[in-house]
Design a protein around this ligand. Structure first.
Ligand SMILES: O=C(O)/C=C/c1cccc(O)c1O
Ligand SMILES: [Fe+2]
Length: 315
């Protein structure tokens, strides 16, 4: 058994906006580092921890986290659509294991996932079905948020499962999202009645026209933000670097004390996507001491993201 980790900011804007060539080149170097690492490691299984942006999960029922026994990517922002290759029985075993560790997993027998879940797989493999994958959703955009301690414990449970039940496998854990950012994903607290309906589930399975309108709003916000118009909260590079520093130490306990409200205040509504990174690092830390082999960070307004990529492996 072994476990390795890749965490990656995602941005649906990658193909829709144009940062300076030097920035694009740096991001491509980071993506290539992830590809090369994964190619060399050649995992048997991917455990994919990702958020959702009101495409698969809505306020009719919003779990803090959920595992998919089957999963279908909706293909937003031109990402690959279609069914993921989920080993259903293994997903059920992991659920059972976590339940017995007092992690009340929600299950979906047919989870719908968006760019937030699949973009790293697409970047790394060019195909979201390239490997068997256990898809785990972590709520990162819809308050109220579970305390970060619970996310760490979820990650630790996943790590313990890998250690005990996947002794003959090479496993890659992916955390997708973050870092500081506040793209124009609607908030229930400030929603108009129409948007509120959409967040309650009306936004599921949008018509192509409605999907296009939704995406154009985000693309145009990104262009404004890059032009220096503060349509969204500024990125918070210091906060991002501090998180990455803590993750690299192997001791995640300081993060337990972070309050969700303060995260939102300092690093933006979508900064909670770092929960995927925290869970992934907690899983790796349970399997053994680790080193961060590669780390990239740059705030990229065009992508509306404090943009980071890390790779970590066991010592
Ligand atoms: O509008 C959405 O669905 C999400 C947009 C977005 C923009 C930038 C960074 C991210 O992580 C996003 O999910
Ligand atoms: Fe996102």
């Amino acid at each position: 058994m072994t476990l390795a980790l890749v965490t990656m900011s995602h941005s649906p804007l990658l193909e829709f906006v144009d940062p300076p060539a030097e920035v694009k080149a740096q991001v491509e170097v980071a993506f290539e580092a992830a590809r090369a690492f994964v190619k060399d490691y050649d995992p048997d299984l991917v455990i994919n921890i990702g958020p959702d942006h009101y495409n698969g999960f809505f306020y009719d029922i919003m779990p803090p986290f959920c595992i998919g026994y089957e999963a279908v990517a909706i293909g937003d922002f031109g990402t690959q659509a279609g069914a993921l290759d989920v080993p259903k029985e293994l997903a059920a075993e992991l659920t059972d294991y976590l339940m017995h560790r007092d992690i009340d997993m929600t299950v979906s027998l047919r989870m719908e996932v968006d760019h937030g879940a699949v973009q790293p797989m697409e970047i790394i493999y060019g195909d979201i079905t390239a490997k068997p994958i256990l898809p785990i959703f972590v709520n990162s955009v819809a308050p109220p948020f579970t305390p970060l301690r619970r996310i760490r414990q979820l990650g630790e449970g996943i790590g313990a499962f890998v250690k005990e039940h996947l002794a003959d496998k090479k496993v890659l854990i992916i955390g997708s999202g973050g870092l500081s950012h506040e793209p124009p994903v609607p908030q229930i607290a400030t929603a108009t009645p129409e948007v509120r309906q959409s967040l309650l589930g009306g936004g599921r399975h949008l018509t192509p026209e409605a999907r296009d309108a939704r995406q154009q709003r985000v693309i145009s916000a990104a262009k404004d933000f890059a032009a220096g118009i503060n349509v969204v909260k500024p990125l918070a590079p210091e906060w991002d670097r501090e998180l990455m520093r803590i993750l690299a130490t192997g001791d995640l306990s300081p993060i337990d004390e972070w309050s969700p409200d303060e995260m939102t205040e300092v690093a933006g509504n979508s900064s909670h996507e770092v929960r995927t990174w925290i869970a992934a690092y907690a899983a790796l830390g349970v399997v053994g001491e680790y080193t961060v082999d590669y780390s990239f960070y740059r705030p990229i307004p065009e992508y509306i993201a404090g943009f980071g990529v890390t790779i970590a492996s066991l010592k």
